[in-house]
Write a protein that binds this ligand. Structure first.
Ligand SMILES: [Cu+2]
Length: 114
């Protein structure tokens, strides 16, 4: 009789522990997603200096890029989609999003500034 109770107790504990860890996991994933969101949705103002379609590159004079912790400067970016370069030319004011792709600064999104 005693041993049956122990077994029941042990499985109840196992269920409880499993339940708790999945709740904790769900909560931490949710928090990480919520924290990542503002950084990725924020766009940075820039002026196009040069468009290099052949090399999938664009030179931008950009404002501070908060998600990359980068001060304002003029620099060359790669673009993840060369079609972005069809819509812009030197002198255009744009807004863009960039990511650090293994050390290569890459424009992931770009639109004309309003
Ligand atoms: Cu820069």
């Amino acid at each position: 009789m005693k041993s049956i109770q122990r077994v029941l107790c042990a499985s109840a504990l196992a269920i409880l522990t499993t339940g708790f860890s999945s709740i904790v996991l769900a909560q931490s994933t949710g928090t990480a997603a919520a924290q990542a969101k503002p950084a990725t949705t924020e766009m940075t103002d820039a002026e196009v200096r040069k468009v290099d379609k052949g090399n999938k590159k664009i030179t931008l004079k950009h404002a501070e890029i908060k998600n990359l912790d980068m001060p304002p400067m003029t620099m060359v970016f790669l673009v993840n989609d060369v079609a972005m370069l069809d819509k812009v030319k030197a002198g255009d004011k744009v807004r863009f999003k960039a990511s650090n792709d293994g050390g290569k600064m890459t424009v992931t999104e770009m639109q004309a500034a309003k």
